[in-house]
Design a protein around this ligand. Structure first.
Ligand code: PEP
Length: 249
């Protein structure tokens, strides 16, 4: 039995002062538990404040929302894995749907970003998911596995064992619509099978999270779905009390 993983993606919310207040409040109200993993992804500018706010609380992991593919150089406006690692991040989202569909990130870039994360000692969480028209055209499996296999293409089996993945149907992100538990289980099973072909039986140990309008109301049923090892949550993670309630599911 895997311990469930709860990832808060704050997106473009909370500057340094608000990030510090949120994390101090959360740390005060949440007693460390060894039966789950909690990760918070603030905007890059707020990472240091978030890290400082929970110094000494190893149970509260800070992650980045994005990194660039290279470690340093002439990439104006970007942040590298080296930098977020130095700031205290241990984890990074790669290929979030907003990176893919708002900023035009390609599958090949997600592969390079996963490699940059691993090279610098960060755990990548590779996010994949289909658009509504792709689902309606019956292309979910093809899209998800293409994003998935390309995203992992630069990683060794050993590195794959240290990562996490998330299925986030694009039509469910920030829309209030969620996949059914059965739909999530189906896609997770395809991903588990793809992982098995890379790393064998150890694939069972790799967390596969679900994301897309997870809330305090639906978290329990999604977490109970076959093959779902955790949740990646945007909007519902912005309220400390609401997030505490989801993390306690
Ligand atoms: C996300 O940001 O990954 C996400 C799933 O957002 P929301 O929970 O708001 O749908």
């Amino acid at each position: 039995m895997q311990r469930p993983v709860f990832v808060a993606n704050w997106k473009m919310h909370f500057g340094p002062a608000d990030a510090r207040t949120y994390m101090e409040t959360f740390a005060r109200r949440w007693r460390a538990r060894d039966d789950r993993t909690l990760i918070f992804c603030p905007p890059a500018i707020s990472m240091t404040a978030a890290v400082e706010a929970v110094k000494g609380r190893d149970d509260l992991i800070i992650g980045a929302q994005n990194i660039w593919t290279e470690d340093r150089g002439a990439f104006t406006g970007e942040t590298s894995a080296v930098m977020v690692k130095e700031a205290g991040a241990r984890f990074v989202l790669v290929g979030h749907s907003e990176r893919r569909h708002v900023f035009g990130e390609t599958d090949e870039q997600t592969a390079k970003k996963c490699a940059a994360a691993v090279r610098n000692g960060l755990t990548p969480l590779l996010c994949v998911g289909e658009l509504l028209d792709q689902r309606e055209a019956g292309a979910t499996k093809e899209v998800v596995l293409r994003q998935f296999n390309t995203g992992l293409s630069e990683l060794s089996s050993e590195s794959i064992l240290a990562m996490a993945v998330a299925y986030e149907p694009v039509w469910a992100i920030g829309t209030g619509k969620t996949a059914t538990a059965a739909d999530a289980s189906q896609v997770h099973a395809w991903m588990r099978e793809a992982l098995r072909s890379r790393v064998g039986a150890a694939a069972a140990e790799i967390p596969i999270l679900y994301g897309g309008s997870v809330s305090a109301q639906n978290a329990a049923s999604l977490l109970a779905a076959d093959g779902v090892n955790g949740v990646l949550v945007g909007g519902a993670s912005l309220d400390v009390d609401g997030w505490i309630s989801i993390c306690g599911t």
